[in-house]
Design a protein around this ligand. Structure first.
Ligand code: F6P
Length: 333
């Protein structure tokens, strides 16, 4: 087909971006197209920081976390003039179609480019899993596995000292990571931004566990609620007499959640999304995003994704309740 497809990774990196890049390059080659790898997110368009990606660029990347193309949160894409310029630069470089791998902000930029006539297909990649229209984004599975393993380790030390741990996890405004890892790690409490938490109940769960001589209590706090120290202070104020009866330690997991070898699931998802994005572009699809729903990959309109709130799946909330994880009132914020 002799077309040139550009590919970039933007926003927070996510494990599985590299397998997606690999699938883009291989699929394009299978279809007789070449791929320009654009470095450093959208900044690479403005700075003409790009090069052709061939098989040699793909050596040993399938099992690498992060992104070989590197990433950025590009401020120049925030203004209409900036987006016009990016569109122009892509044209000057003879790029006929663009694959944007990233999260909410990155795909907002993709939609704007598509509106200006640039053929663009997005690939959802963000550990936050906050994009509407798809059940999963690249990186979520690896991040949840990492968090789960770290929580297992924390429970070892918590049990040894009969302590309570308050663990802050990432997710921006989404509680997905906090909620699902509470289930998979057997935490007692999960505090997420989508539901109003009930401090009285949190304190009483902790009190009861202590009275029942449970050897540990794990509270998982989504960063979208507030910082761990602030939550700790609020917890303390709610304790009878303003005192914890149990020792409490804080752990903020931080960026360790974003790194690491992509799991089988994320490699498969990267491969499936990368292939579909290229096939979509070659079939004149644009302004859309690859998605995984009910086990099937499809393309969904970015207009149906951007600015839409993704609610936690009701069956996930029911599961958490039935497993007696305290997460607050059944009132969505
Ligand atoms: O969007 C991914 C994410 O890791 C969020 O969970 C987190 O709030 C944010 O990025 C951190 O961004 P930065 O790497 O710029 O500190």
């Amino acid at each position: 087909m002799n077309k040139t497809i550009g590919v970039l990774t933007s926003g927070g990196d996510a494990p599985g971006m590299n397998p997606a890049i690999r699938a883009v390059v291989r699929t394009a080659a299978s279809q007789g197209c070449k791929v320009m790898g654009i470095y450093n997110g959208y900044d690479g368009i403005f700075d003409t920081n790009m090069e052709e990606l061939g098989n040699q660029s793909l050596a040993s990347i399938i099992d690498r976390g992060g992104t070989i193309l590197q990433s950025s949160r590009c401020k120049r894409m925030y203004s209409p003039e900036g987006i016009d310029l990016a569109r122009q630069r892509l044209q000057e470089q003879n790029i006929h179609g663009l694959v944007v791998i990233g999260g909410d902000g990155s795909l907002t930029g993709a939609r704007e480019l598509a509106k200006r006539g640039m053929p663009v297909v997005g690939i959802p990649a963000s550990i936050d899993n906050d994009l509407a229209g798809t059940e999963m984004a690249i990186g979520v599975d690896t991040a949840t596995n990492t968090i789960m393993q770290l929580l297992d380790r924390i429970r070892d030390t918590a049990s040894s000292h009969r302590r309570c741990f308050l663990i802050e996890v990432m997710g921006r405004n989404s509680g997905y990571l906090a909620l699902t890892t509470a289930v998979s790690s057997g935490a007692s409490i999960s505090v997420i931004p989508e539901y109003r938490y009930n401090m009285e109940r949190i304190v009483s769960v902790l009190h009861k566990r202590f009275q029942d001589s449970k050897d540990n209590s794990i509270v998982i706090l989504a960063e979208g609620v507030c910082g761990a120290q602030e939550f700790m202070d609020r917890m303390q104020q709610a304790m009878p007499g303003g005192e914890f009866e149990q020792e409490v330690r804080i752990t903020v997991l931080g960026h360790v959640q974003r790194g690491g070898i992509p799991t089988h699931f994320d490699r498969m998802l990267g491969a499936r999304f990368g292939e579909l994005a290229v096939m979509g572009l070659l079939q004149q699809e644009t302004g859309c995003m690859t998605a995984l729903n009910k086990g099937r990959t499809t393309l969904v309109e970015l207009d149906q994704v951007i600015g839409k709130k993704k609610h936690p799946a009701p069956e996930l909330m029911r599961l958490a309740r039935n497993l007696q994880i305290e997460f607050g009132d059944a009132v969505e914020v």
